[in-house]
Design a protein around this ligand. Structure first.
Ligand code: FES
Ligand code: FES
Length: 206
């Protein structure tokens, strides 16, 4: 056996658990570099001619003021993904039916595809990138990993954002109550039993 044959020299196989942990912070790695809360981040368009018909809006996203040049018809979802480049928030139906686009606005969960970005001047927006990061996951992210609360992961950022908001809402204690409180978040993979288990685990230890 030569040196390269030694197991310690082989790349570690990507386990399902490692893969899921990476998914649970969907988009975090692709997020813009962190800036101190309250700082103004220069956005695309600075120093360039304004886009005809565009407007400027300032959003406080994950603790950082972001001045964005947007189409006045842009939804909050599109502003987050296309202008702020925070792609952890997903577009599923774009019609308020699936919950994949769930974010927090001033602490309350919102379907970001159903609201215009321009309506949120100065509002505090929290996305999946803002609640945890690789190495410092939110307890709900850890619980989704522990309970295999997803399969493909497309709905997961919305599920987790709803679940985190649910912790502050008057939701009953039973599994049926959690299912009702999470009924706006659809999972095409049918991971519902594990999602409920993940949420209940966090609630029990909160
Ligand atoms: Fe917003 Fe489906 S993308 S609810
Ligand atoms: Fe695939 Fe929910 S994990 S849609």
């Amino acid at each position: 056996m030569n040196d390269r044959d030694h197991p310690a020299d082989q790349p570690a196989p990507l386990s399902r658990r490692n893969f899921l942990q990476q998914l649970s912070v969907a988009g975090a790695a692709a997020a813009v570099p962190f800036a101190a809360p309250g700082t103004l981040v220069a956005e695309a368009g600075d120093g360039e001619p304004p886009i005809p018909g565009s407007v400027m809006v300032t959003l406080r996203i994950n603790g950082t003021s972001r001045r964005l040049e947007i189409d006045p018809r842009a939804t909050l979802l599109d502003a987050l993904r296309d202008s702020a480049h925070l792609t952890g928030t997903k577009k599923g139906c774009d019609h308020g039916q699936c919950g994949a686009c769930t974010v927090h606005v001033n602490g309350r969960r919102v379907n970001s595809c159903l609201t215009l970005a321009i309506m949120h001047e100065g509002d505090a927006i929290t996305t999946i990138e803002g609640i945890g990061a690789p190495g410092s996951l939110h307890p709900m992210q850890k619980s989704f990993v522990a309970h295999d609360g997803y399969q493909c992961g497309y709905c997961t950022s919305g599920q987790i954002m709803s679940a985190v908001a649910l912790l502050e809402e008057p939701c009953g204690s039973s599994d049926a109550d959690v299912k009702e409180c999470m009924s706006g978040n659809i999972c095409r993979c049918g991971a519902y039993p594990n999602i409920v288990a993940a949420i209940q685990d966090v609630r029990r230890h909160a």
